[in-house]
Design a protein around this ligand. Structure first.
Ligand code: NAP
Length: 291
């Protein structure tokens, strides 16, 4: 049993930060979100979460925000290759500095399953996640790193109007997981010293291609939606004018060549097995009115 009970979260407002925060609160942890815009963050988070101002680029603000905390959980993303500051790589290094000064007992972070194949993919996103992982491992602070495959939450982001639009329609299957199941595994890791100094693969129950996942999702979520796809070449072209489109086209290009082998047996044994299939996730999202 671990003695961690007060958890600071950076990136709590993110699409994958919210389900983790929800499960931490449900499990009885005290959660403090560190956010650049506390007013906005408080409006997006449940009332049990304390919100404090802090910025990954400002080590002093992080150290102040870590006051009386036991641990920090990081949900960060790096949206542009051209950015001068990479929240995942550079922000994590600043977090480590502040965590050492504040004497935190544990640091955990969402990363990606792709970092295991960084030598193969040679993708800058995997590289900077890998560097963040290495910085955490070398920090001397007990850590847990989570390496997920695709989240079911991604399907919600592909809905525009009455269409769920796939990009490039990759043919390879992925072990999709729901944020809620992942949040429960984070809770289990923070409660157990056995999970200290480990990297866990995070995968769901069954392998599904994007199209299979999308078709099964809309059947429960909203059967009036249509599943369509746009060619990867078109998104690549749009990427010339938009960082977001460039990142999406790079991600789909890399993922199309990735085989999502099942490597989560140890995770399931130690942190619990996920419960939700695509239909269960769709039912929950339908009930919450999420879009
Ligand atoms: N989607 C998937 O299927 C999948 C699969 C595997 C791994 N992942 C990884 O999961 C991670 C999280 O994804 P997400 O969708 O939750 O990301 P997201 O929605 O973009 O959230 C990022 C969070 O970081 C915060 N942030 C950014 N810069 C900050 C700064 N300077 N100081 C403080 N906070 C800052 C943002 O806060 P603000 O509210 O201030 O903007 C936001 O809450 C990513 O690394 C992604 O690669 C995703």
């Amino acid at each position: 049993m671990s003695s961690l009970s007060r958890i600071a979260v950076i990136g709590a407002t993110g699409s994958l930060g919210k389900p983790v925060v929800q499960e931490l609160v449900r499990a009885g942890f005290f959660v403090r979100a560190i956010a650049r815009d506390p007013v906005k963050a408080q409006s997006l988070l449940v009332k049990e979460v304390e919100v404090i101002k802090g910025d990954l680029q400002d080590v002093d603000s992080l150290e102040r925000a870590f006051y009386e905390m036991d641990a920090v959980y990081l949900n960060l993303t790096t949206p542009s290759r051209k950015a001068a500051f990479y929240p995942e790589r550079d922000g994590t290094k600043n977090v480590i500095q502040a965590a050492q000064a504040a004497d935190l007992q544990h640091i955990s972070k969402i990363s990606g399953l792709g970092t295991r194949k960084v030598n193969e993919t040679k993708w800058w996103q995997h590289q900077q996640k890998f560097e963040a992982e290495q910085a955490i491992i070398e920090s001397g602070i007990p850590y847990t790193i989570f390496q997920p495959t695709f989240f079911m939450e991604t399907l919600l982001m592909l809905i525009r109007g009455k269409s769920l639009t796939l990009i490039g329609d990759p043919a390879n299957p992925f072990y999709w997981i729901a944020g809620e199941d992942y949040g429960k595994q984070v809770v289990a890791a923070l409660k157990s010293e056995q999970a200290h100094n480990k990297r866990y693969a995070i995968q769901g129950l069954e392998p599904l291609t994007m199209k299979e996942a999308a078709l099964r999702f809309i059947q429960v979520y909203d059967p009036t939606l249509k599943v369509s796809s746009i060619p990867l070449a078109l998104v690549k072209m749009l990427g010339l004018f938009s960082d977001q489109m460039q990142l999406v086209s790079e991600a789909i290009g890399v993922l199309s060549k990735t085989k999502d082998e099942f490597v989560s047996r140890e995770t399931w044994n130690e942190l619990g097995q996920p419960q939700m299939k695509i239909e269960d996730f769709a039912q929950v999202m339908r009930g919450s009115g999420a879009r």
